[in-house]
Design a protein around this ligand. Structure first.
Ligand code: NAD
Length: 540
């Protein structure tokens, strides 16, 4: 009996499909090359859909997502998937980024060699019965400088291979650690210009993002050495096609090799006019090994995700809670509780949520930031947002969509780190700002493994974030606590614990842990107690 339905909208390797079929409870439908309209009609009947570049997943397609939980891309590129739209619907988007790394790396090496030795043109010439050796004077790679933009998986593998050709390799990638470049024997440059100015051959290996689109225009090409060679096997649009055409035509660029284009298929394009531009039809991933490996990877991931096992390469979940240490999982749960607390006591419309990670425990990023999603926070910030937003948002708030919902609501989300906070060394703090007030809540995890709220505005507390509390704020004067006890007694509410913090002679805050539901009448009677300025129910 099939528990899950998976739709595959492309031709993928049989070895991948078999993984799903053999799982026992997954029904697999293959509708390769289905059109968008038909897909929209049926997409909601599936738990997961596996696509390739032929299927564009738009916001419209996901309008009624039904039971769809996962979109899997059998490959790397996700520029044809509206990740933001999927995230808002709580749909996991995953890809198979490692399956075709070597295929794309090897194509890049081939394109580089083709471009410096004009191999495709020489081939054509001989096939046209010419024998013109002078025309095909090339450039030697040995001793030249290769500039790599984007030193990720493919960029790194291109670096390794190019070094074996005797090339010096420099790279620009502002998001990787220096140690990665050092490990590859690559000089990491501080700016793109530094690479442009010194490289003889420049190859691009970044995703297509707002930052990398038109990363290379005429202005950049002018900064490059004369007779530079440009290779783009990453994504169309990183190198501006019109400007590339002009610079190859003018002779500034010796030659260019391009596998990827702004609009594919390419059709009748002016890049095809020039002998020194070598093109291939987006075949970077096209090796039988590459295709097999991406299909296996995406199908394994989907099988695992559907069955609640851990999986990799979800691009819109910036982290997996289970990958945090046990201690950090407690902090993670703690800050989500703190988000609940802030949401339940704050007045006004929230404008800004600031999460501060205090202490050496939080110095490093817990997960590498991925670049396919625009709102990329550390897990604690996402948990804080989720806790907070759950009280004000109608739709289900998940770790996937929390930061997108915050953005939609124009909430300014800020993530900071500091070494200490008041008397605390290890602390997570949420500061929320609304049009009416600012609220600060700090929490930590004690050695007993229990998370406790220890900061509430200017007050220090020691409150376990579990169960139901009545929070109230009052002037610090005699008789109030006794009166509160009486009111709660009158409403048959049993007090389980009492946490009070005060500024002597000023204000005091209390969190009364209670065993029973608190009615509106009980709350109203509390607010009526002389000296109490506000009272609310807080549930964790
Ligand atoms: P990756 O995520 O491992 O590496 C991308 C690197 O780009 C990262 O290190 C990232 O820090 C860096 N980066 C992001 N923004 C940058 C910026 N503004 N400036 C400089 N560096 C930046 O990805 P990958 O697997 O190496 O893939 C690289 C590219 O190759 C992707 O665009 C992918 O879609 C493409 N690709 C193409 C084919 C093909 O068929 N031609 C096949 C596979 C991959």
């Amino acid at each position: 009996m099939a528990n899950f339905d998976v739709l595959i909208t492309a031709h993928i390797s049989e070895q991948g499909v078999r993984i799903l079929e053999e799982s026992g409870d997954i029904n697999v439908d293959i509708k390769a090359d289905i059109n968008a309209e038909d897909l929209k009609q049926i997409i909601g009947n599936y738990d997961a859909v596996i696509t390739r570049s032929g299927t564009t997943v738009t916001e419209d397609l996901l309008e009624n997502p039904g039971k769809l939980k996962i979109i899997g891309r059998a490959g790397v590129g996700l520029d044809n998937v509206d990740i933001e739209a999927a995230s808002k619907k709580g749909i996991i988007v995953m890809n198979a980024p490692t399956g075709n790394t070597l295929a794309a790396t090897e194509l890049t090496m081939g394109m580089m060699l083709a471009a410096v030795r004009k191999i495709p043109a020489a081939n054509n010439s001989v096939k046209h019965k010419e024998w013109n050796r002078k025309k095909f004077m090339g450039i030697q790679l040995y001793g030249r400088t290769l500039g790599i933009v984007g030193l990720g998986r493919i960029g790194g593998n291109v670096a390794i291979r190019s070094k074996s050709f005797g090339m010096k390799v420099v790279a620009f990638d502002p998001y990787i650690k220096k140690s990665r470049a050092e490990g590859l024997g690559v000089t990491l440059c501080e700016s793109l210009d530094e690479v442009l100015e010194q490289a003889d051959v420049i190859t691009f290996h970044t995703p297509l993002t707002d930052e990398t689109k038109n990363m290379i225009t005429k202005e950049h090409i002018d900064k490059m050495k004369d007779d530079v060679v440009i290779v783009n096997c990453a994504r169309g649009g990183i190198v501006n096609e019109d400007d590339l055409y002009d610079s190859v035509k003018s002779g500034k660029v010796f030659s260019a090799a391009v596998d990827v284009f702004m609009n594919e298929p390419l059709g009748d394009h002016k890049l095809l006019e020039l002998d020194n531009i070598f093109v291939t039809p987006h075949i970077g991933a096209n090796t039988s090994e590459g295709q097999r490996d991406v299909a296996i990877l995406i199908c394994e991931q989907i099988d695992n995700a559907l069955h609640g096992r851990s999986y990799e390469n979800a691009v819109n979940i910036p982290f997996m809670k289970s990958q945090l240490s046990i201690e950090m999982q407690k902090y993670f749960e703690m800050i989500e509780h703190m988000g609940h607390l802030v949401a339940q006591v704050i007045k006004g419309r929230v404008e800004k949520i600031e999460v501060t990670m205090v202490g050496s425990k939080f110095e490093e990023d817990f997960f590498e930031r991925t670049f396919d999603i625009p709102f990329n926070y550390q897990p604690f910030t996402v948990a804080a947002l989720r806790g907070y937003l759950e009280h004000s948002v109608r739709e289900t708030v998940s770790y996937i969509n929390a930061s997108f919902i915050a953005k939609d609501r124009n909430i300014d989300v800020v993530e900071t780190r500091t070494s200490s906070y008041g008397k605390f060394n290890d602390l997570l703090v949420i500061k929320a700002t609304t049009d009416k007030e600012e609220k600060v809540v700090g929490g930590t995890v004690f050695p007993d493994g229990l998370g406790r709220v220890v900061v509430f505005d200017e007050f220090y507390l020691d409150m376990v974030s579990e169960g139901t509390y009545i929070y109230f704020k009052n002037h610090d004067k005699p008789g109030i606590v006794g009166r509160v006890g009486t009111v709660l007694g009158e409403h048959s509410i049993n007090i389980a614990g009492f946490e009070l913090s005060r500024m002597k002679g000023g204000m005091a805050v209390s969190f009364v842990s209670v065993d029973n539901e608190v009615s509106n009448e009980a709350l109203k009677d509390l607010i009526d107690v002389d000296g109490i300025v506000e009272a609310k129910v807080v549930k964790f």
